[in-house]
Write a protein that binds this ligand. Structure first.
Ligand SMILES: CC(C)(COP(=O)(O)OP(=O)(O)OC[C@H]1O[C@@H](n2cnc3c(N)ncnc32)[C@H](O)[C@@H]1OP(=O)(O)O)[C@@H](O)C(=O)NCCC(=O)NCCS
Length: 244
């Protein structure tokens, strides 16, 4: 598809995805995240043509104008939407699929160890919240969502939501995922939590405490559900950041 056809497609996809976007003219003139993608398309062609310095120079000019730093060798799919733009970094060996949305401050970076493919791959339809860091040669599966501020260090399966530092799965295929076994927590404090859980088990056994309930965290989950239902009931009073 010709360069301008792609631009039309990009503009249409922003109008579809951002409730704050009101007209094509507004999207063309007020969305630096789109300009960054267009800068990248040209610098990528230059890079492939082995005009490496020129490609890097153009990508830096793009960064100066938009606040988005995309290495010219990064492979970017169609309809990438970088909302609010500022502070996004996409590394040299990153691969971004079609219909991906990134918010401000997202880094698709390396871990600082090793060469070769060292940046992440984002499959089609991935959504990454603001200031999330996805680090290393890992894959975020299609249609998965990464919570704002998360640090993702491992592969994410498709259709999942991950949050936290380091990130863990909270939804998979629409089902809530609760961590009930401390061995599933991948965190520098995991060993301490595992040791603590073992000690609690030991103490419970010594005290002859009853078996843990069949559905761990059932009470907490019920509280959350009640809270969400209450929010839903109040939703006509409050709008939680739509179109920010
Ligand atoms: C990740 C996200 C998409 C999940 O939304 P959701 O599907 O509605 O998920 P929920 O709100 O049900 O959250 C599920 C759990 O993850 C937690 N969680 C959600 N987002 C989180 C985040 N960014 N960091 C840490 N925990 C988070 C919630 O507290 C909840 O835990 P709980 O049930 O134990 O209380 C959303 O929270 C998010 O981060 N969106 C990014 C928005 C953004 O970047 N906006 C920029 C506007 S400028």
């Amino acid at each position: 598809m010709a360069f301008f056809g792609r631009i039309r497609e990009d503009v249409a996809s922003v109008l579809e995805r951002d409730p704050a976007a009101r007209s094509k003219l507004e999207v063309l003139t007020c969305y630096p995240g789109l300009w960054a993608v267009w800068f990248h398309r040209v610098s990528y062609v230059l890079w492939r043509a082995k005009l490496r310095l020129l490609a890097r120079f153009l990508s830096q000019a793009g960064r100066f104008v938009t606040g988005v730093d995309i290495h010219p060798a990064a492979i970017i799919g169609r309809r990438l939407f970088i909302d609010h733009a500022t502070g996004v970094v996409i590394g040299e060996t990153a691969v971004v699929g079609n219909d991906v949305t990134l918010y401000q401050g997202v880094t698709l970076g390396g871990t600082g160890k090793g060469h070769g493919k060292r940046h992440p791959t984002l499959c089609d339809g991935v959504f990454v919240g603001n200031n999330a860091n996805i680090l290393g040669n890992i894959t975020v599966g299609a249609n998965s969502r990464v919570g704002a501020g998360s640090v993702v260090l491992n592969d994410v399966p498709p259709n999942s939501t991950v949050v936290g530092v380091p990130a863990h799965i909270v939804y998979r295929n629409g089902e809530r995922v609760l961590i009930t076994d401390p061995h599933d927590i991948k965190d520098p404090l995991s060993d301490a939590l595992i040791a603590l859980a073992a000690r609690v088990d030991g103490l419970e056994q010594r005290l002859g405490a009853p078996e843990p309930c069949a559905e761990p965290f059932a009470t907490e989950e019920a509280d959350r559900t009640a809270y969400r239902e209450e929010l839903e009931r109040q939703s006509h009073f409050v709008s939680m950041g739509e179109g920010i």
